[in-house]
Design a protein around this ligand. Structure first.
Ligand code: PMP
Length: 316
């Protein structure tokens, strides 16, 4: 159930340069974003630190870099520069006066292109816009308990049709089909296979498995979003947990015999998978490497690890 706090519609929105009340933050039904899901976005977290009495945006620079990559692939003229969006994020947080963990989205969209439809992309044909919306996000119980997943009967979208490397709103229709099917069948979420039948990712997170102490994850060419958390955790597995990392295609049956599996993403953070297709992962409880990694990750994100200071942007 969605808690009251999770309702982002209670909080002010930054829309095209202004922080405004949520009820005024409207985008027209004539825009390509409303009609065809023509937008790209980032989901970002900021973590509150009690000892420092400050809020830190986690990994904003790589998120904005990926947003610009998504716009480049979609030939969208950036409505704002990276510097302007970074300022906008800080302004939006300050005007909402958040003093707790938050999650927010930075979205850039194709506006009204008149009769141009999907062909309109030049600035003289169509307008572009950006917005930032979000709110408090509490620590999820799933982080402690883990998830029951299935392998979806749906296949992941691919780079030669609707590239998953682009974090486009429309890509989440593929995730939606898989997530709803999973819920209908009594699972928490799904792992989606790519067009070659190998493991791609979950509906909104990357997948990393542990086999005989080695961390294995699909390479970025397997039809996945190039996750920022994935890259961060691979680094932490290597530097902090002294684990070997292998990026290679993963077979479906490896999910059944992995010692540990976890999902990772800005929203998902680091969350154990405790069964796949009702087959327990390991002993059916969150595994020791995943638990250690959670500790390293949250220490870094909350500003307690010197090695990750550059990944934090202090708000206040
Ligand atoms: N894959 C998909 C499909 C996602 O939606 C996300 C969440 N953005 C991820 C992977 C993880 O990416 P990140 O760690 O950059 O949030």
């Amino acid at each position: 159930m969605k808690s009251e706090k999770r309702k982002y519609k209670h909080y002010k929105v930054w829309l095209n340069g202004k922080v405004i009340p949520p009820e005024e933050a409207n985008v027209s039904v004539f825009t390509q974003t409303a009609l065809r899901g023509a937008n790209v976005y980032e989901g970002v977290r900021a973590y509150w630190s009690d000892p420092n009495e400050n809020l830190y945006v986690w990994k904003l620079t790589p998120h904005l870099a990926r947003l610009f990559q998504s716009m480049k692939i979609m030939r969208m003229t950036p409505p704002f520069s990276r510097e302007e969006l970074q300022e906008a994020v800080l302004d939006w947080i300050c005007q909402n006066a958040f003093r707790e963990d938050i999650h927010f989205r930075v979205v850039s969209y194709f506006g009204d292109g008149g009769a141009g439809g999907v062909k309109a992309y030049r600035p003289d044909e169509i307008d572009f816009g950006s917005f930032i919306a979000g709110g408090p996000r509490e620590h999820k119980e799933d982080i402690e308990n883990g998830l029951h997943l299935c392998v979806s009967s749906w296949r992941r979208i691919s780079d030669d049709a609707t590239p998953p490397r682009v974090k486009a709103g429309a890509n989440y229709q593929n995730s939606r089909l898989a997530a709803i099917e999973a819920r209908e069948n009594g699972y928490d979420d799904a792992i989606i296979l790519n067009q070659a039948g190998k493991v791609a990712e979950a509906t909104g997170a990357n997948v990393i498995i542990i086999r005989e102490g080695v961390a294995v994850t699909p390479p970025v060419t397997e039809g996945i979003l190039e996750g920022i958390t994935r890259r961060t955790l691979l680094g932490m597995l290597h530097s902090h947990l002294k684990r070997s990392i292998v990026e290679r295609p993963i077979d479906r049956t490896e999910l059944y015999i992995a010692d540990e599996i976890f999902l990772c993403g800005s929203a998902m953070e680091v969350t154990s998978v405790i069964s796949v297709d009702r087959i327990p992962v390991g002993d059916g409880k969150p595994g020791p490497i995943t638990r250690q990694l959670q500790e390293v990750f949250f220490n870094a994100a909350r500003g307690f690890d010197e090695a990750f200071q550059e990944d934090l942007l202090a708000v206040y």
